[in-house]
Design a protein around this ligand. Structure first.
Ligand SMILES: Nc1ncnc2c1ncn2[C@@H]1O[C@H](COP(=O)(O)OP(=O)(O)OP(=O)(O)O)[C@@H](O)[C@H]1O
Length: 461
């Protein structure tokens, strides 16, 4: 009966919603419990996001379909649970005369398996929503992604450790969760842990206070994959670094995979022991750069599609042109546009976007940020953005860095001291020297003058 009811619902909804939405929202649903006597039905969606969406948009419709079908008012309860087959409920209320083990034991087994899988997930601290399938690739991250996929397929074999670095909000955390999720999908028994470096520091402190280092060590030494995010937070924490050093040695020797992220490349991280830095460098080190325009557009379109928002390419280009620094900023702009559209009950048009992002755009327009100067100049000279903060002194890096400092002084109202800070904590005299040097060179070199002109135009949009 419940199978027919489910088929009836899907058929009815197919007449009301496009096939793509059926696939996205309705197919993943399942009926986990059906109690005809109590007129009660328990339905499940695979995650909280889908559950909220379905309940908000189709909760009433399901109530109506159930009441019509069963000829009485049915109470539908919703919960988050992974899908079995929609047509066969995981739990059916036992009929009188049957023992519960007779009617449900294979189902119970499957529930138990799912509970085990859920607890493995919980222990791994992975976020299921951060996976390769929703990670947009482009020139800025394609090497990092390729390395990440390689490691997810052959952990402990190819690049160990894998060290990913790049500025804020560029997708490092997303990528390493994707590796963990992929590995867990291929091997549900794998012992995986994602940890932010700050949390690791605080776990070391706790282990120290409770004199529980043995347990702490055991919990790390037994991992198959350790994902440690934002390692720059280890700076100056010598006890943490010592513990991590032992864990690192142990895991690498046992061919277990380690993946590390940081805001800069190993040699540039301040306050970390040399023996750790050299180990960070012993596998593969890859940068994630800020996304270029086309990639920012692709990211916006993908995120809009995920949220079921109609978003034209012209609008996406407009937003991407104004939000240059990182993906988190793009997501913020998209959230704002969606909130604005839903609040005013309007569709997303160019005018609406201009209105929604008015403050953000005027800030970006009126005054270019130092971050976007660094990115634009690095792109122009084809060097890494990280070199804007590095101490490297090769001529092909020094000139672009000085150009960026010069433009920062020209196009923002930041002081020499502030600009020095934003270029990897340099002294204000270094900035002053760069500004003077570039203004002099500009008068003599037509090529440099042209470059500055192009950069100026690009930055002012
Ligand atoms: N290429 C991408 N495709 C889709 N989403 C992305 C991409 N890059 C980043 N994001 C999204 O942007 C947001 C910020 O990314 P993430 O947290 O991974 O950045 P991060 O580099 O770890 O930054 P931080 O150094 O601040 O921790 C996340 O919501 C992430 O899902």
């Amino acid at each position: 009966m419940i199978e027919q009811f489910w088929t009836h619902c899907v058929e009815a909804l197919k007449k009301e919603i496009p096939a793509q939405q059926i696939k996205l929202w309705i197919d993943p649903l399942s009926i986990v419990e059906f109690d005809e006597d109590q007129a009660r039905l328990v339905m499940a969606a695979p995650n909280r996001f889908k559950l909220d969406w379905v309940v908000n948009n189709y909760g009433g419709r399901f109530n109506q379909m159930a009441s019509d079908y069963f000829g009485c008012d049915m109470a539908i309860e919703w919960q988050v649970a992974s899908k079995t087959t929609p047509a066969s409920p995981m739990r059916q209320t036992p009929q009188p005369g049957k023992t519960s083990s007779e009617s449900v034991s294979p189902k119970l087994e499957s529930i138990r398996q799912e509970e085990i899988a859920a607890s493995v997930y919980e222990r791994s601290r992975l976020n299921k929503d951060l996976c390769f399938s929703n990670f947009v690739s482009g020139r800025a991250n394609q090497l990092a992604r390729a390395a990440a996929e390689q490691v997810a397929n052959n952990p402990g074999v190819s690049y160990n450790p894998l060290f990913l670095y790049g500025g804020v909000g560029l997708g490092k955390t997303h990528l390493i969760h994707s590796i963990g999720n992929k590995l867990l999908e291929r091997n549900p028994q794998a012992s995986i842990r994602y940890i932010h470096a700050e949390q690791y520091v605080s776990d070391v402190v706790k282990a120290y206070q409770k004199k529980a280092f043995e347990e702490f060590k055991r919990s790390y030494y037994s991992l198959d994959l350790l994902l440690i995010d934002d390692i720059q937070f280890f700076a100056g924490k010598s006890r943490t670094q010592e513990e991590f050093f032992y864990a690192f040695e142990q895991l690498i020797a046992a061919k277990k995979q380690i993946i590390i992220t940081s805001d800069t490349y190993p040699k540039e991280i301040q306050g970390i022991e040399d023996r750790l830095i050299s180990r960070f460098n012993s596998g593969l080190t890859v940068a994630i750069e800020p996304p270029e325009l086309e990639m920012r557009v692709a990211i916006l379109l993908k995120k809009a599609e995920q949220q079921q928002v109609k978003f034209g390419e012209d609008v996406a280009f407009f937003v991407a042109k104004h939000m240059r620094s990182n993906v988190r900023e793009l997501e913020g702009a998209l959230r704002r546009i969606m909130a604005f559209a839903s609040f005013h009950n309007k569709t997303v048009t160019m005018d609406l976007v201009r209105e929604a992002l008015r403050d953000m755009i005027s800030v970006h327009h009126g005054q270019v940020s130092v971050e976007s100067i660094q990115k634009t100049v690095a792109d122009y000279y084809k060097i890494k953005v990280a070199d804007m903060f590095s101490k490297r002194r090769q001529a092909n890096i020094v000139l672009p860095r000085q150009v960026a400092m010069y433009l920062a002084k020209e196009l923002t109202d930041k002081s020499y001291v502030e600009i020095g800070e934003l270029f990897g904590g340099r002294d204000h005299t270094t900035v002053l020297h760069a500004v003077n040097k570039i203004s002099e060179m500009r008068n003599q070199s037509a090529e440099l003058n042209h470059a500055l002109h192009v950069l100026d135009q690009t930055l002012k949009g």
